[in-house]
Design a protein around this ligand. Sequence first.
Ligand SMILES: *Cc1c(COP(=O)(O)O)cnc(C)c1O
Length: 359
Amino acid sequence: MSRKLNFNAGPGALPDEVLQQAANAVIDYNNSGLSILEISHRGNAFAAIIEESKQLVRELCELGDDYEVLWLHGGGRLQFCMVPMNFLGDDDIAGYIDTDHWSHAAIEYAQYYGNVQVLASSKENNYNRLPLWPEKIAVDLSYVHFTSNNTIYGTQWHSVPECNVPLVADMSSDIFCSRRDYKHCDMFYAAAQKNAGAAGVTLVVIRKDMLERGRRKLPSMLDYKAQAKENSVLNTSPVFAIYTSLLMLRWTKNRGIDAIEKENKLKADLLYKEVERNSLFNLYVEKKEDRSLMNVCFTAIDPGTEKSFLKFCDDRNITGVKGHRSIGGFRVSLYNAVTVRATKALAEAMKEFEQSKDN
Ligand SMILES: *Cc1c(COP(=O)(O)O)cnc(C)c1O
C-alpha cells in the first residue's frame, strides 16, 4: 500500500506505527481474544487505557493532580456549548478573543447562555493576524476563552498568557505541538483528530477547583463535574477513539515534546520560506510572529493556477492542501505526525510547479 503525503486539516495525518497498532487492536486487543471494538467500557482493560491516558496527558502538559483529564463526546464544537453552559450564568459576562471562524462560533454558542464581551478581535482584518492580547481584563468576568491555533487562517498564540480570571483555551489544532505553559489555563480542550488521535473524542483538561464553579443544574452528560465523577465512563465511551488517542500520546511521549517542537519549527520554516520565495504564491499571514506552526495558509497570485496546482500535487501523491472554503487558496497542515520528508516533498513540488510555468 502506498501512503499519500497527507496535509489534511482534520482529521489529520497519523503516524504509520499508530495506524498499525490501532489496526492490530481492531483484530485482537492485547491477545485478549476480543477486538478493541468489542471490549466493555466498564472493564479492567479499558480502565487501564483511561488511567494511562490521563497520566500521559498530565505528563506531556507538565501538570499535577490538581487537573482532571476527561474524554468527552461531541467534538470541539460541543465544548463551545459546554463551557458557557457550565461556567456562564444568565447574567454573567465571559470574555472572548475572536481570531478565527472557530472562536467566532464559540462566541455565538456562548450567547445562548449569558453575555459575551469580545476583548480583542482581528475579524476586520479577515483574521490574517492576531489582535493584541487585552491589557486589562475585568476581574468580574466568569472566564476568558481563546483559540490557541487558528486552523483556518493560520495564526497561533505561541505562548499561553497568564490571566487574572479563569482562562479557557481551545487547543484543538495545536495541542502537544510545543512546550508551553498549559498551567496558565484553568481549562483547555482539543478535539482529537488533529494532534491527538482520531475523530470521535475530545480531550478536556480542567483544574479540579474549576469543576466547583458550575453555574447551573445540567443533565449529567453536559456537566463537567458529573463527567469527572464518572471518570469519562458516564455512558458508553468512544473506546476505540480513546484508545487511538492513547497510542498517539505514547508516540508523542516517545518522541518527546522538545523534539516534536524542533521538528515542527523546521517543517514550518521550510514551507514558509518556500511560499515567500515562490513567485506564484502569497502568504496569508504577513506578521512572522503570528504565523502558525500547524497550518500554513497561502493563495495563488493568479487564481487561474489554483486548480492546476492542486492537480500537480495530486499527481505527486500529495493531498489535503486545498484551503478552507471560507478563505479559499491553500492550507497545508503540518501536524505532529507530518514528517520533514513529506514537507520537503511538498516544497519541492511547489518549486517544480513554478518552473513548469516558466517554460
Ligand atoms: C477542528 C477544530 C474545531 C472543531 O472540532 P469538531 O470536532 O469538528 O467539532 C474546533 N476548534 C478548532 C480550533 C479546530 O481546529
